[in-house]
Ligand binder design. Structure first.
Ligand SMILES: *[C@@H]1O[C@H](CO)[C@@H](O)[C@H](O)[C@H]1NC(C)=O
Length: 344
């Protein structure tokens, strides 16, 4: 009973805040829709939530109003607040089933549309663009209060459907702390956010920045008995295509020609993937081991046996190099890297 009261109060206060904080007709219209659905929620907890709604039920979906069409409220914040289902929740997993927001600007900054998450301990980058199929883990403490997912849009066309699962502290599905993404198979594909941008072609030089700025997160791979290391390769098996670019200007290199990749902390200072203890299986590189990888190409193979198995993604806040304009980045697409665990 206390729990129900808490829930209703939470909803009421949230709704009240929404009314007080917003005066535009579009928002009030959204709110009416919200209250209607909220009543229905009591009868069917599995119904999706749209803007300015909360949940304390496991596995709800947060969708744009009008989903699967583009959002019917194309400007402003659309927030979904997640309350713990019980007092033993340590993580929240978001599955971006469908996620299409506006592309970032030329600097890779999510200036038009973005998703921002608050209330969790994990440092979560703002993301935008096309991210259907991606997932995120957020660490929370069992007394976390609430986590708010805010999809803020400023242009028509955005749509999303995000399923929100709550993971108990003793669950076998819990990811190691601090991992924004967690892969549990012996092989798989790790892609940077917005890698699946629609204006991207592997055989022609990129024309727009789709790599997102301001990223700093870890991608972890679950250890398995009998496996002692992880090998990382570019997902595309075509040498010198345009499927990996983090720094430099891939657009100035003609198709078919060599594309320069870099390894090491001297060359990779702004945007890079980090594979701690990486050993390079590629004689085109001057070094045989490196933690950082950038440029417009990736070694034919990088292997690491350092545990926990993890790859980190780092990008700075711009594609512009203020310190050295000769090093300005061009349009970069980010990366798609396959990992495969190697037996001992
Ligand atoms: C929530 O649902 C997920 C997926 O079905 C499940 O793994 C998890 O244990 C559930 N969490 C709770 C607290 O029941």
């Amino acid at each position: 009973m206390t729990r129900m009261k808490y829930y209703s109060c939470a909803i009421a206060c949230w709704a009240l805040l929404a009314v007080v904080g917003r005066a535009t007709p579009a928002k009030i219209e959204g709110l009416e829709q919200t209250q209607e659905i909220d009543d229905v929620d009591d009868r069917d907890p599995r119904l999706p939530r749209t803007c300015e709604l909360s949940t304390d039920i496991n596995g709800t979906s947060f969708q744009n109003p009008g989903y699967p069409s583009a959002t019917s409220i194309p400007t402003g914040a659309c927030r979904h607040k997640v309350y713990p289902v019980n007092d033993n929740i340590c993580q929240i997993r978001l599955d971006l089933k469908d996620f299409i927001l506006a592309q970032p600007n030329a600097e890779g900054v999510c200036a038009a549309d973005f998703m921002q998450i608050s209330g969790a301990m994990t440092k979560i980058p703002q993301i935008c663009g096309v991210n259907s199929g991606q997932h995120l883990y957020l660490d929370v403490t069992p007394d976390f209060g609430s986590v708010t997912i805010n999809v803020d849009t400023s242009a028509p066309g955005a749509k999303w459907s995000i399923s929100v699962a709550q993971i108990e502290c003793n669950s076998q599905y819990r990811a190691p702390a601090g991992c924004l993404q967690y892969f549990t198979n012996t092989y798989g594909t790790i892609k940077s956010f917005n890698y699946d941008a629609t204006n991207f072609s592997p055989y022609t030089p990129p024309t727009a920045t789709t790599q997102l700025a301001n990223q700093a997160y870890g991608v972890c791979i679950k250890p398995q008995s009998g496996f002692c290391s992880v090998a990382y390769t570019k997902t595309s098996v075509v040498a010198n295509d345009y499927t990996f670019s983090m720094t430099g200007d891939a657009s100035i290199f003609p198709p078919g020609g060599p594309l320069p990749g870099y390894a090491g902390s001297a060359d990779c200072t702004t945007d890079y993937v980090m594979i701690p203890g990486g050993t390079l299986m590629d004689t085109n590189y001057a070094v045989i081991s490196a933690d950082r990888y950038c440029g417009t190409n990736f070694p034919s193979k990088v292997e690491s046996s350092i545990q926990p198995f993890a790859l980190y993604v780092v990008t700075d806040d711009t594609e512009t190099n203020y310190a050295d304009t000769a090093l300005l980045d061009g349009p970069n697409v980010g990366f798609s890297i396959d990992y495969r665990m190697q037996s001992c």
